[in-house]
Design a binder for this molecule. Structure first.
Ligand SMILES: [Zn+2]
Ligand SMILES: [Zn+2]
Length: 346
């Protein structure tokens, strides 16, 4: 089968790989029907994900059809359409029992797919702990509507959940890329008064506004986010800040626009260390919560998708076949053609 493989040293290639097979009684084999590229794949390519293993098949955000299951798999069966959770987890360890599946202590626990074990930018993928990692897609939900269930939508959902948003709050989201847009979508579920989106990309901000996700959009440099946010909050600052950009100065923006006692959720995956200027923020009594996602809510997200409360399919701006995925990588990495997300059909 064809698969995208990380070779190390900034290199990824599309090559021929053997079909995956069941290795454990809790495994399932999924025929991938739709997959995508995530910015984490770009981080792996750049060598900034230390856990990523050269030789691994990339891809941790995909949907497909179950074609085989191990003897201990109960929830899914061959023929089921499924969304795949970015995280594989045992469900039994200390962290799993508390819902912190990102830190599952099993050797295949946490973000392993497309990083430490073969992932889904391929025709088929092996999913460990299939009962925990696969969510059945209802018939009336399309592959495109389900594609982001297990990764960026899970991230937005998890971030919004730990953001402690109260009704009528002011929420600021730094970064209107795919994950930022998902975060806005999920923050909406908590009925804030307003969502303020901050990004340097006017196209992405316009999309956030057009889709009803952002009420106010700000471009640093043109606008002064700190000042504007003070003005709309009686001088206080944002009640919850989501930092989803991971840019050069965006962490500094995050704590500056937060009101005293705010929650700042740091969703972004930085490629460099960030400075926490404690003397400057003394007395502000901020609460920082850092990523990555605990993918514990895939069923809830699927239920919200099924009833029309969440629909992330508008994020798909480009479509191609697996044969064309190397061109897609170039477009996605360099943010060409106003790309938000690709849908790649193996
Ligand atoms: Zn991802
Ligand atoms: Zn576990």
């Amino acid at each position: 089968m064809k698969a995208v493989v990380y070779k190390g040293n900034g290199q990824i290639v599309l090559e021929e790989r053997p079909m995956p097979a069941l290795r454990d009684e809790k495994d399932a084999i999924v025929q991938v029907t739709l997959t995508t590229i995530c910015s984490s794949d770009i981080h792996i390519k750049h060598g900034t994900v230390p856990k990523a293993v050269p030789g691994v098949i990339l891809g941790h955000e995909f949907v497909g059809r179950v074609v085989a299951t191990g003897s201990a798999v109960k929830k899914v069966k061959p023929g089921d359409r499924v969304a795949v959770n970015v995280e594989t987890f045992c469900g039994e360890c200390f962290f799993c029992r508390r819902g912190y599946v990102n830190n599952c202590t099993d050797e295949h626990g946490g973000w392993a797919l497309g990083c430490r074990i073969d992932g889904g930018q391929a025709e088929y993928a092996r999913i460990p702990f299939a009962d925990n990692g696969l969510t059945v897609i209802p018939d009336h939900v399309t592959d495109e509507q389900a594609l982001f269930n297990g990764d960026i939508l899970s991230t937005g959902y998890w971030a919004a959940k730990i953001g402690e948003i109260r009704p009528a709050d002011t929420v600021a989201v730094i970064g209107a890329g795919p994950t930022g847009l998902c975060t806005m979508m999920c923050a909406r579920l908590y009925t804030p008064a307003r969502i303020i989106a901050i990004d340097t990309d006017g196209y992405r901000l316009a999309l956030a506004k057009e889709k009803g996700l952002a009420d106010i959009t700000l471009v640093p440099g043109r606008d002064d986010p700190e000042q504007v946010i003070r003005e709309v909050t009686d001088g206080r600052g944002a009640d919850t800040v989501f930092e989803v950009a991971g840019g050069k100065d965006t962490f500094q923006t995050a704590w500056k626009i937060a009101r005293p006692n705010a929650v700042a959720v740091i969703v972004a995956m930085y490629e460099e260390p960030q400075v926490l200027p404690l003397p400057d923020m003394y007395g502000k009594n901020l609460v920082f919560k850092t990523g990555g996602v605990d993918g514990s809510f895939c069923q809830e997200i699927m239920d919200l998708t099924a009833c029309g409360k969440l629909d992330s399919s508008f994020l798909i701006t480009q479509r191609c076949g697996l044969d064309e995925i190397m061109d897609a990588y170039d477009v996605f990495e360099n943010k060409k053609d106003h790309v938000i997300k690709y849908a790649v059909r193996p």
